[in-house]
Design a protein around this ligand. Structure first.
Ligand SMILES: O=C[C@H](O)[C@@H](O)CC(=O)C(=O)O
Ligand SMILES: [Zn+2]
Length: 268
């Protein structure tokens, strides 16, 4: 498991493209026949990809977690970013269509994946909430065609939906012809957030903006790659073609509205 330490904003000026990517970009999460994991010390988020090929795959228990099982002290969000597939949780079988989400509660022992392409996000958890499949989430329409940012936010794991300890997770889908996500952008000082971009063509990219509002940098992101946004960082992007993304957060609270809006004119 790739382990990454936290980054302070005063480290950003002077960093090269390669250094920024090594710290904030999670690429290579999806490899056929593997479960790949990344441990970020930003709010102790674990990101991963499970891409079953020849047969089922099992969620491993990396030694970096120092626990008896992966979910001994953690909860997990699973998003199917591929064709239909199944996730088996301690013997219960859940069928996930494209963009469906499964919440897996603390204390679960065995998680296996078959078919599909599963993006994983895990946060530490103090108690156990029920494992729940989410196929009909709350929807929030944002933006418009004139801003090329017409999109629908699907809230799956959140205060008004599937309950969790820390994890807040959803999927945002851009309308055809819209390219911008999360513009105007924001920060949230009490949570770390990760965006996983998907449904991009092989030759398309999202130009993702990160950094403090007055000190932005960009990362050029390909299909099924994620970016970790520490609490001081904006997170937004523009695609060369349509796409969707999974947003997932962990931290001090689960209040979706606890964000600091950034005026477009304040970006540098
Ligand atoms: O803190 C919230 C997250 O950044 C996302 O929900 C934003 C988003 O999906 C969008 O504007 O399209
Ligand atoms: Zn956000």
């Amino acid at each position: 498991m790739d382990v990454r330490h936290a980054t302070a904003p005063d480290q950003i000026p002077g960093m090269t493209t390669e250094q920024l990517r090594a710290r904030f970009l999670a690429d290579g999460l999806f490899r056929p026949g593997e479960v790949r994991l990344l441990y970020s010390h930003e709010d102790r988020l674990v990101l991963g990809g499970a891409l079953p090929a020849a047969g089922p795959l099992t969620l491993p228990n990396p030694s970096a977690l120092g626990s008896a099982t992966f979910l001994e002290r953690r909860e997990l969000g699973v998003v199917n970013v591929g064709p239909p597939g199944t996730v088996t949780v301690d013997g219960s079988v859940f069928e996930l269509g494209g963009r469906d989400v499964l919440y897996v509660g603390r204390g679960t022992r065995d998680v296996t994946f078959e078919g599909g392409a599963f993006y994983l996000v895990s946060t530490t958890a103090h108690t156990s909430h029920p494992t729940t499949l989410s196929t009909d989430p709350e929807r929030l329409a944002l933006g418009g065609r004139e801003g090329a940012n017409e999109r629908v936010v699907h809230k799956h794991i959140h205060e008004g939906g599937i309950r969790s300890c820390q994890l807040v997770l959803g999927v945002t889908v851009l309308a055809p012809g819209s390219m911008w996500n999360t513009m105007p952008c924001h920060t949230h000082h009490r949570r770390t957030e990760a965006y996983l971009y998907f449904d991009l063509g092989p030759d398309d990219r999202v130009i993702h903006l990160m950094g403090e509002p007055a000190q932005t940098r960009n990362l050029v992101v390909a299909d099924r790659e994620a970016v970790v946004s520490p609490p001081w960082s904006v997170h937004c992007g523009f695609g060369t073609r349509g796409y969707a993304f999974v947003w997932a957060m962990g931290g001090e609270n689960q209040d979706y509205q606890d964000m600091v809006p950034v005026a477009i004119g304040d970006l540098r």
